[in-house]
Write a protein that binds this ligand. Structure first.
Ligand code: ADP
Ligand code: 3PG
Ligand code: MG
Length: 391
């Protein structure tokens, strides 16, 4: 078990460097479109303030190439100051004398949000000189940035190697939920996997063949599996290089006696006439963009029997209303099932928000890549470097 902020004593007056993942969707005008990742961070911040620490917050936003005003964390400091009852200020730098001065001015229970750490190329290079410079400004490092814990960057991996450290409440909550999926899922455990690229989902598929009782496949990646089985897929997206892998996964499922279901009908677009066709038999000009009603029925049977469900990846091209029904129907069935339901993945969480089903899920991971990687490997580099709890 990793050390948590509850294990840290005497925080009063200490400068806590808190790494969070405030990588929120933000529009060109700096308007924050979804505050989930900020809201989920409040318990940790509130706890540190109550302990009278001086809290210096570090985060990335997007993937900027050097300084980019559209990726500034300044709008986030405004939102944060509205959500939390204490002094929140912002500094448009991460290192340097000005930052040191601003930290000196902090009173116990104050918050200082620093600028986007990715404005410095040293962040993603995990430059230890950069990390040491930041570390010199604080007493303790708290990592609560689960969403980026699969990356070895200076302000997560680097800082943890220098300063006494612990994880925050959000990181603890994520690990507890994901460990439960890995170690003791309620049975039958059903995994629903969609999305586009097969190669990004191979490892998770292998993991679920090991852990789950049934795996329901949808999305563009289903066509690579259908092709591997010799079923015609028209002009649907097929990752030819992944066909052998798909074949191996199908064999693995069969040899392990696990149920791996593929779509039996599809909502397609006719490549020439652009008309929409629902069919169980694909042919030359059809492109599959969603699972069809018979597939929804088939998958619902498994969902209604499930004790636990993990869902990642939209089952169709949900961004287009014509191809949204499969994802929406399955989302609604999962939401209303009696199973313990967890979801992970950027696009998948977006669909749940879109269908107003957020409150129906038992666990919504704030991570995308990090969540999948944790389920695949059972560990993440930025978490591995955190100190263990003293027993
Ligand atoms: P997540 O972000 O939840 O992990 P992915 O990024 O793997 O999910 O997949 C989401 C993308 O997959 C969406 O952009 C969606 O449009 C696309 N997609 C799903 N099914 C299809 C399909 N049949 N054809 C083309 N794109 C699809
Ligand atoms: C995410 O949104 O998945 C995390 O903030 C990590 O972002 P990244 O993929 O740009 O490292
Ligand atoms: Mg995605």
């Amino acid at each position: 078990m990793k050390r948590t902020i509850k294990d840290l004593v005497n925080l009063k007056g200490k400068v806590v460097l808190l790494r969070v993942d405030f990588n929120v969707p933000i529009d060109e005008g700096g308007k924050i479109l979804d505050t989930t990742r900020i809201d989920n961070e409040l318990p940790t911040i509130e706890y540190l303030i109550k302990q009278k620490a001086k809290v210096v917050i570090l985060s990335h936003l997007g993937r900027p190439d050097g300084f980019d005003v559209r990726k500034s964390l300044w709008p986030i400091s405004i939102v944060l100051s509205r959500k939390i009852d204490c002094n929140v200020s912002f500094c448009n730098l991460v290192i340097g004398d000005e930052v040191k001065e601003r930290i000196k001015l902090l009173q116990e229970g104050d918050i200082l949000l620093l600028e986007n750490v990715r404005f410095y190329k040293e962040e993603e290079e995990c430059d230890m000189k950069f990390a040491r410079e930041i570390a010199s400004m604080g007493d303790i490092f708290v990592d609560d940035a689960f969403g980026v814990a699969h990356r070895k960057h200076a302000t997560n991996f680097g800082l943890a190697r220098i300063l006494p450290n612990a994880i925050g409440f959000l990181m603890e909550k994520e690990l507890t939920a994901l460990n439960q999926i890995l170690e003791s899922p309620k049975r039958p455990f059903v995994a629903v996997l969609g999305g586009a690229k097969v190669e990004t989902k191979t490892k998770i598929l292998e993991k679920f063949i090991e852990k789950a009782d049934a795996i329901l496949i949808g999305g563009a990646m289903a066509y690579t599996f259908l092709k591997a089985k010799g079923i015609p897929v028209g002009q649907s997206i097929v990752y030819d290089e992944s066909v052998p892998v798909a074949r191996a996964i199908l064999e693995l499922a069969q040899n392990s006696g696990k149920k791996l279901l593929l779509p039996i009908d599809h909502i397609c677009m006719h490549a020439k006439s652009k008309s929409i066709v629902t069919t169980s038999k694909m042919y030359g000009d059809l492109i599959g963009f969603d699972i069809g009603p018979e597939t929804v029925k088939l998958y619902d049977e498994e969902i209604s029997k499930a004790g636990e469900i993990f869902w990642n990846g939209p089952l169709g091209m949900y961004e287009n209303k014509n191809y949204r029904n499969g994802t929406q129907s399955i989302a609604e069935h999962i939401a209303h099932s009696k199973a313990y339901k967890c979801v992970g993945g950027g696009d998948t969480v977006a669909t749940i928000n879109l269908f107003n089903l957020t409150k129906k899920f038992d666990y919504i991971s704030t991570g995308g890549g990090a969540t999948m990687k944790y389920l695949e490997e059972g560990s993440l580099p930025a978490i591995d470097v955190i100190q263990e709890k003293i027993k």
